[in-house]
Design a protein. Sequence first.
Lengths: 492, 354
Amino acid sequence: MTETGAPTTSKPALVAALRRFLPDDAILHATEDLRPYECDGLSAYRQTPMIVALPRTIEQVQQILRVCHERGVPVVARGAGTGLSGGALPVGDGLLLSLARFMSILDLDPVNRTMRVQPGVRNLAISEAAAPYGLYYAPDPSSQIACTIGGNVAENAGGVHCLKYGLTVHNILKLKMVTMDGELLTFGADALDGPGFDLLALATGSEGMLGVIVEVTVKLVPKPETARVVLAAFADLEQAGAAVGAVIAAGIVPAGLEMMDNPAIRAAEAFVHSGYPLDAAAILLCELDGTAETVADGIDRVSAIMAQCGASASRVSRDEAERARFWAGRKMAFPAMGRISPDYYCTDGTIPRKHLPRVLRRIQELGREHGLAVANVFHAGDGNLHPMILYDASRPGELDRVEKLGGEILKLCVGVGGTITGEHGVGVEKINQMCDQFSSAEITQFHAIKAAFDPKGLLNPGKAVPLLKRCAEYGGLHVHGGELPFPELERF
Amino acid sequence: MSTSHDASAEIQARVVDAIERRASLAFVGGGTKQFLGRETPGEPLALGDHRGVIDYHPEELVLTARAGTPLSELETLLAGHGQMFAFEPPHFGAAATLGGTIAANLSGPRRAYAGAARDFVLGTRIVNGRGEILRFGGEVMKNVAGYDVSRLVTGAMGTLGVILDVSLKVLPRPRETITLAQSLAPRAAVEKLCRWAAAPLPISASCIEDGQLYVRLSGTASALAKARTIIGGDVLENADTFWLEVREQRRPFFDGDVPLWRLSVPPAATLDLPGDQLIEWGGALRWLKSDAPAEAIRAAAAEQHGHAMLFRSPARADSPYHPLPEPLMQLHKRIKAAMDPHGIFNRGRMYAEF
């Protein structure tokens, strides 16, 4: 069931309508063909769609959406399906719109430093195509080898270099989007800004709720001359947290500043042998990039700060091979977890950095209360936590406990003035926690914006923004920074 | 530092009252940007009393302040901690406020190299057109919960809501800065800027004015020494004054009564239009003083996949902003209705249609 009423069409009727303009190989409707689309990167949630459509042209996307709009059929757009919040989870009586065949790079302009691509182009393929010009596309989510730019825009994807280079929203110039009624719109411009409201920003991170992205123009930036990384070990989490603040306070903006706690260090080291000290409570990886002189100067300053903050050991990458090895453990932290635990569940809260030690301590306490181990890797420079809850899905009831713990961790993040999701999106996964972060008036405002694009509520129903009814059932009441800003106002 | 005052409740009450009477409101902060956009007919709603810093921890790189806070006060505070607004906002008058800067999404010389005001907005608290106080985004660097309403209201010229508080990412000030000047024809200068922008050089501002190319470099002393050999030219004395005059449109170029157009275009664009140009942002921002018809200027900008705005003119323009295609205008009207259902906020300030 959709949240807006049942579709007015049957599956055979919809297939027939699509066949009028789509070739047979662009329509999947047999159960065995639909199965691969039943989930995205959040595989705990599965749902087979009624139909999968695989268009090749913008006109076909427009026609598909028009047909679904007329008939009240829900539509879920999907890129590579690497998302971690269930944003591309199909709707059972809906159409799954795969953009996988939009794989072309349409234009590369090295002088203006832009690339115009179709949404199904992989994140890494953009940087590879730009490499001959000494340019690259800055956002680098860890799934960049597989994830596509359309999905990156829909989720406002980040990566390890956001603090210095920004998120997707800072690195795109123009979007073409088809709204649910089949209208093709352009947001932004080939210039640094566009006329009218900043719909480019509104569409970025909108999780497939407002329209289907059919073309993206990205900004390219010059590759830094050099990059080096400091690996510092700390006997105490608090010291590591303080060192992060001290680096920033010294006026240094690292290209990447990552932290791992002891359980994550052990898992990663057993897997890829980066040379991490197994006895450390935490390690920091601090990467600086720029000209050779600037980096050399910065590395000396960062090493000194780490020592002042009580680092028990600190090493600097001597060459590219060593830099890659230092990063390998961090980049492979997720698969490393897969080796030590049958299953793991990764959450994505972001907090003001000053609360890091307190939040980490509390996460460990919550883990103990629920009888679950938690390993932490996070983008320390921008306060984005990725606590990984280790569990075994084959044990009855364990997943429920995991979800409960995950929800409490996110509530903790909101309580210290943070957010329930830094870069993975809300999707279906964190929809209840939206009620913790936002008031009913704020959620109502989100629904009104959605309706301006999609009045029938057919695009990606049930995702990203909860119905107020759902919040009432969940029992959430938002708390900002531990206090209600206007207690006299009716908030719920 | 002026006194801190939270006027949220008063502002909200004024909005609620206006909704009941269906009266239009025209927002006034410091009054320095009244020349921007179209005239709006409503009752003035003064926002300048809602002022003060709410939260600032330099090591978090985040500053949260009330919208009526004078921009200059915030810049002084940041400078005291070796930090800055990296988008280098123009003030256009001593009374400029944070809220007006964000509502107009104004950015200065560093924009092409660091980002615009909208790039640094992390969160806002607003009053919407239902008289509700709402908070979007937050005080953290990464936040993808809910739609990005904070960036939607940035640059919307007050048409979508009253901005109460803003959280911005701030950055450390560069350790060293020098400006290099050389004689060069505009087209050759733009070509050079495009070439340099594709290389890892510490450029933080550029300006082409009257046959001179000015390039500002910011970073460590060693990086600047190396970049200097690539850029060439002579060191400009009193460079801070020069960039301030560019930012505030106080260069001689900006004198006179000829209409001033703001063309936002791809950096390498070639524009053959009558009139004088001052070029910023590595070529991406063209200030054009020209009496040419609006249609011709807009067509030239659009042909380069950019857009043109009539920034200042002796007589108030009826449609200063670049026209929107009809389906996009319809969407703007629906978004306006979603945020301000009674259509009472800064009516017509951007476009006559809303």
